[in-house]
Design a protein around this ligand. Structure first.
Ligand code: NAD
Length: 439
């Protein structure tokens, strides 16, 4: 059984390998027209797609809608910027750089934002002339099928884009065929396995992994406003965002006031059925995550933390976890070290900027960090000393198609989005051209 299936991944790969030069030989406007068709279908079918996504991963329907619209915005960015990235650089008459597609790429993806993390990879990959084997998460298989269906409906051949539906075993099989690039989004634990599987292959490997993203609230902010912004960064999508706020550090003098304001917003959230329009906090996608969240609360409380709200799964279902806020936390606690990926937050008191910088860097992850302060110079000076790929001043949990998305430390390697996230799917060819000497 496994053997037959492996053969079929190899078969799919062979098809895409054969077709890749044909796809790359199309003019850019021809490829762009097909991708624009896919983009337009996302808009026409947003209602249907949002229903499927909400049914599948449980995010409130308005958030599914927003995700699909966000994906369209990303596609527009790629459509506007890819042609320029394909242009040769003419250094002189004798030296030229051309840009060629990598070939066949594997895109192994996560379930938490399947449209956003998917389009960041497969759209620039296709526009630059690569063919794509796309493995959606097994927790977002219906969405993965739907993406494939719309691609093909838009006229993108199945030999250019094919979805491989299945779990991690299919991911392993995909890594066993000789693709030319692997673009992975998922947890650090799986990312490490992917990196090891690719180590001997000498191909491009990009890893977008987890985070434990901190926010530091300085003593010169409007507390009510900052608390509202940060609560949104903690609880949006039930905290299941790679760049969700996972740790909050608050300067001593405003600590109690911040917690008071923060709790107002945490208590406003409505936990419930995701198709109910009043719901702002849906279920967790994987029930196993609920066990982790409870274990983090237990560990923190046993080490001296104070639980201010939430803390255990909802009585009506194992899949729901209420907004959970802990104070008196410190860096020895799991909730301040491990990715939680849920609606839970630890809030820690710090004396000054130096202590905040030390605490923010005290993690294995390095995806984003944020400072809320009335003083831009102060905030930027703090953030320049925090080892993350993204720095936010007075905002958080935000991704822009125009800026590179890249992790440091255990948050991964490489960049998607921005012009760099287009170049990632190209390799340079350096031409040295010398005129012959006359006979
Ligand atoms: P995951 O690591 O469990 O799975 C990711 C993908 O890898 C899935 O498609 C899965 O089937 C596949 N997979 C599992 N085992 C594999 C193996 N041995 N070989 C090859 N593929 C394998 O992650 P998840 O639960 O889907 O996603 C949540 C994680 O993703 C969180 O850690 C989150 O922070 C991270 N994430 C990061 C970003 C980012 O941009 N940095 C974006 C979204 C999600």
């Amino acid at each position: 059984m496994l053997k037959d299936h492996t053969a079929s991944v190899q078969g799919q790969f062979d098809r895409l390998r054969r077709f890749q030069p044909v796809w790359a030989a199309l003019s850019y406007p021809q490829r762009a027209k097909l991708i624009r068709g896919f983009r337009d279908l996302l808009l026409v079918k947003t209602e249907e797609l949002a229903d499927i996504l909400t049914r599948e991963v449980g995010k409130p329907r308005a958030q599914s809608f927003r995700e699909i619209r966000g994906a369209v915005e990303r596609i527009d960015f790629f459509l506007e910027n890819t042609e320029a990235a394909l242009k040769s650089e003419i250094i002189s008459k004798e030296e030229i750089i051309e840009f060629e597609p990598l070939g066949v790429i594997a895109n192994i993806s996560a379930w938490n934002y399947p449209y956003l993390v998917g389009t960041s990879v497969f759209i620039p990959a296709l526009l630059t002339g690569n063919t794509v084997l796309y493995k959606p998460s097994e927790f977002a298989s219906l969405t993965g099928f739907k993406i494939q269906e719309l691609m093909h409906e838009a006229g993108i051949p199945s030999d250019a884009f094919t979805a491989l539906i299945g779990n991690g075993r299919v991911g392993q099989e995909l890594l066993a065929v000789p693709v030319d690039g692997v673009f992975f989004t998922g947890s650090y634990a799986t990312g490490l396995k992917v990196a090891k599987a690719c180590a001997a292959k000498m191909i491009s490997v990009q890893l977008e992994l987890g985070g434990k993203d901190p926010v530091y609230v300085c003593d010169d902010v409007n507390l009510a406003w900052a608390a509202e912004q940060i609560a949104d960064g903690v609880f949006y999508n039930a905290g299941q965002s790679c760049c969700a706020v996972e740790r909050v550090y608050v300067q001593n003098s405003i600590h109690d006031g911040f917690i008071e304001q923060f709790l107002i917003h945490a208590r406003k959230l409505k936990l419930g059925e995701p198709f109910d329009e009043s719901t702002t906090l849906g279920p967790l996608t994987r029930s196993a995550q609920v066990d982790l969240l409870e274990a983090q609360v237990k560990d923190a409380v046993s080490k001296g933390a104070r639980l201010l709200c939430g803390g255990t799964r909802a009585e009506f279902s194992d899949r729901f976890f209420p907004p959970t806020v802990l104070m008196n936390v410190n860096s020895s606690m799991r909730v301040m070290q491990e990715e939680s990926f849920g609606p839970i937050i630890g809030i820690q008191r710090v004396e000054d900027d130096e202590e905040a910088i030390r605490q923010m860097n005290d993690t294995q992850y390095g995806l984003t960090a944020s400072v809320f302060s009335g003083d831009e110079t102060r905030a930027r000076s703090i953030l320049s000393r925090v080892n993350t790929g993204t720095a936010y001043w007075n905002c958080c949990d935000r991704v822009s198609p125009r800026l590179p998305w890249s992790g440091r430390k255990n948050s991964g390697t490489g960049s998607t989005l921005s012009k760099r996230g287009i170049q990632a799917f190209l390799r340079p060819k350096a031409w040295h051209l010398r005129m012959p000497v006359a006979n």
